[in-house]
Design a protein around this ligand. Structure first.
Ligand code: XMP
Length: 313
């Protein structure tokens, strides 16, 4: 019989064993998984834990502030690594290459942090079971290299502990609730480690990320207002690095299309697109085109998984 308390007890034990008398670092991504892993690590080793949020410039609107609020009572370092990430991603279009670059830059950023905060022998990561499967970790084919599995460089200077690697998302949420994490954090939507970079099809730069971030905030806000945020697994925006012709007032426009993606899922392994109300879609589209400069078209993704994946890259 599956119980969150049993998982917590064995994860706490695993972390204590791995860390010994040493210290550990946890990478918070803004997502549920790393937050729950962080709460477990805090439970296990208390003040010997340092949490780090790498601000790679690819987070959603308001995310840095939300993580700061939720982890107020532990040693949390927010590292501004935007310049390094954008420069490493410059000109890259291949999705797997993007993921590997981001994985590598994450570790480099942690290594820089490590020299600032002193020695940390162990890196705790919120890798969950579907990440392990989809990265080919159990003999499966590689579908996507998750930044926290396949993207690790060979010369990594940490021992990695992944206390959630046997859990599915609903189990992770139950563990988070049992640990007393705020509801808003436990129920927040899954967000990929490589962030908004894998929601821009094409090359990534700060301007496009800015456009996508605004569109994404509108999608999530409208979903929340419609009372659908808990019912829907994920709802977000994707930016396509192509342009199409439109008209605004009596002027021609030439702008980016934004894709709205909303899916229902139990564990992220399979998913069905959500039959969103047309008036809701209309509100999102009008607001995105009206409020986000550079966007002149909105399309809705009606592909399930399989054959589509949830993210576009
Ligand atoms: P896909 O796109 O593979 O996504 O259907 C399945 C679920 O996993 C999330 N996802 C990730 N999570 N690191 C993560 O922690 C990643 O690299 C990553 N890529 C995708 C995705 O948001 C969806 O919930």
């Amino acid at each position: 019989d599956w119980k969150p308390d049993n998982v917590i007890a064995s994860a706490v034990e695993e972390i204590r064993q791995a860390v010994g008398d040493g210290r550990a670092l946890i990478a918070l991504s803004g997502g549920v998984d790393s937050a729950v892993a962080g709460a477990l690590a805090k439970e296990a080793i208390g003040s010997r834990l340092t949490a780090v949020l790498i601000d790679h410039g690819l987070l959603r609107a308001g995310e840095v502030e939300e993580v700061q609020a939720a982890f107020r009572d532990i040693d949390l370092q927010v590292v501004d690594a935007k310049a390094e990430f954008f420069s490493a991603l410059g000109g890259v279009t291949d999705p797997e290459q993007k993921r590997k670059i981001i994985g590598r830059e994450f570790i480099r950023a942690f290594e820089r942090v490590q020299s600032l905060v002193g020695t940390r022998e162990v890196l705790i990561q919120g890798t969950v079971y579907p990440d392990v499967i989809e990265s080919g970790g159990r003999g499966a084919h590689t579908i996507k290299s998750h930044h926290n599995v396949g993207g690790l460089p060979e010369d990594i200077a940490f021992r990695v502990v992944e206390p959630l690697r046997w859990l599915f998302k609903d189990e992770v949420r139950r563990v988070g609730e049992a640990l007393g994490l705020p509801e808003a954090l436990v129920w927040r939507q899954p967000f990929p480690g490589p962030g908004l970079a894998v929601r821009i099809v094409g090359t990534v730069d700060e301007e496009k990320v800015g456009v996508l971030r605004q569109a994404d905030a509108i999608v999530r806000e409208e979903i929340y207002r419609a009372g659908l945020d808990r019912a829907i697994w994920q709802a977000f925006a994707v930016l396509l690095d192509i342009r199409s012709v439109g008209v605004m007032g009596d002027a021609r426009t030439y702008g980016y299309p934004i894709v709205i993606r909303a899916v229902e899922s139990l564990d992220g392994m399979t998913a069905d697109w959500v039959r969103l109300d047309h008036n809701l879609l209309d509100r999102m589209a009008s607001r995105i085109v009206g409020e986000v400069a550079g966007v002149n078209r909105v399309v809705y993704d009606i592909t399930s998984k399989p054959p589509g994946t949830i993210e576009w890259e």
